[in-house]
Design a protein around this ligand. Structure first.
Ligand code: KG4
Ligand code: ZN
Length: 351
């Protein structure tokens, strides 16, 4: 059997394990969502998440090995999210990966969760370096030039909330269950996006910096102003979704122009990744923009946009394929780990 990389993801509320080979074939993809345990708290509770990861991790890894029909001797490396994320969960994944690597004498890779999202499109679409990345998740919103594993140039990030937070916090205010983003999208499909005049923060400014907290505040005010009428909810959801899409398209346009002048590429590629990339209105807006600006648009399939362990195993495959070193076994998990601070020696960057 081809030698496999075991990937482990535990940075938020999904306990996930996957097996991938260095050619990008996915042999197993197991995800155990904890959403039911957090739902009645209205958000992810870090302590509950950490305990749930401990309870589930063993079963999830066994299920991945069974799915692939793999034995321990089929493994060539073990990778786990080393940050950023909820530190209790990151510790669970990291300790598990280090233990398996030590017991089997395998190389261990501490993967930056954001790098997992960033490199997924190379597994699904073989996108060449360098490419422009819009990473939009529940915790991050940023535009970056991706030059290679560990090589990122930051074009702009959010000053406050992430795009996913704008969806999640607005959904909570409107009484929608978790996860906020997909529920807003579902509701928005029956709404009129022009009904509420919501702001588009930052779009008059040059550059790629984003801001979403004002949008969330405007949604709260609009919801109160309309008397929290259920009949208005689809319209408010649609207006919010359109406002986020417009902001992301506007910032991405500036990033495309900067990327074009920074890299004299024959072909220009933009990748959108992270949970918010699952949103069809946002995808369509970016696709149209890409066409206008002469970029090829790539978005991984939705199941690989939201948190998963395939992306963690694949990021390790990228390091292996590029001949880069494995991580030291004393790698310390990091709650904060910006991609732009990775540079060429990612494991030694200060936390
Ligand atoms: O990447 P991800 O699974 O986890 C993080 O690393 O944060 O992203 C989760 C985020 C949440 O904020 C969720 O509401 C948002 O992605 N999301 C969506 C959609 N699906 C997930 N936002 C808008 N529309 C969606 N369809
Ligand atoms: Zn994520």
């Amino acid at each position: 059997m081809t030698k496999l990389i075991l990937g482990i993801e535990t940075s938020c509320d999904e306990t996930a394990a996957a097996l991938v080979d260095c050619d990008g074939n996915i042999h197993a993809n197991q995800i155990s969502s904890q959403i039911s345990e957090h739902q009645h708290h209205g958000g992810v509770v870090p302590e509950i998440a950490a305990r749930a990861h401990i309870d589930r991790i063993r079963g999830v890894i066994s299920a991945a090995m069974d799915e692939a029909g793999a034995k321990n001797s089929d493994l060539r490396a073990v990778a786990a999210t080393g940050g950023p994320g909820l530190i209790g969960g990151v510790v669970v994944g990291t300790v598990t990966a280090k233990a398996i690597a030590a017991a089997r004498d395998l190389p261990y890779y501490a993967i930056n969760h954001l790098e997992g999202h960033a490199l997924t499109a190379r597994l699904t679409h073989s996108v060449p370096f360098p490419f422009l990345l819009l990473l939009v998740s529940g915790g991050h919103s940023q535009l970056l030039a991706v030059e290679g594993p560990g090589q990122y140039q930051l074009y702009g990030a959010t000053l406050d909330d992430a795009a996913g937070e704008a969806f999640d916090k607005s959904a909570k205010v409107m009484g929608l269950p978790m996860p906020g983003g997909p529920n807003i999208e579902h509701l928005a499909s029956q709404g009129d996006a022009s009904r509420f005049d919501l702001p588009r923060p930052m779009i008059k400014k040059p550059g790629c910096t984003m801001s979403f907290s004002g949008l969330k505040t405007a949604v709260i005010q609009a919801w109160e102003h309309c008397g929290k009428a259920a009949s208005e909810a689809p319209h408010l959801a649609a207006s919010l979704q359109q406002a986020v899409a417009d902001c992301l398209v506007n910032r991405s346009r500036n990033a495309m122009r900067q990327f074009r002048s920074d890299y004299n590429n024959e072909t220009l590629d933009i990748v959108v990744s992270g949970g918010v990339a699952a949103n069809q209105t946002i995808r369509k807006g970016l696709e149209t923009l890409a066409k206008d600006e002469g970029f090829c648009f790539h978005a991984p399939p939705i199941a690989l946009c939201t948190d998963n362990a395939v992306m963690i195993a694949w990021a390790a495959a990228e390091y292996i394929n590029a001949g880069l070193a494995a991580s030291p076994r004393d790698f310390a998990p990091r709650p904060r780990w910006p991609l732009a601070e990775m540079s060429s020696s990612p494991w030694s960057a200060a936390s």
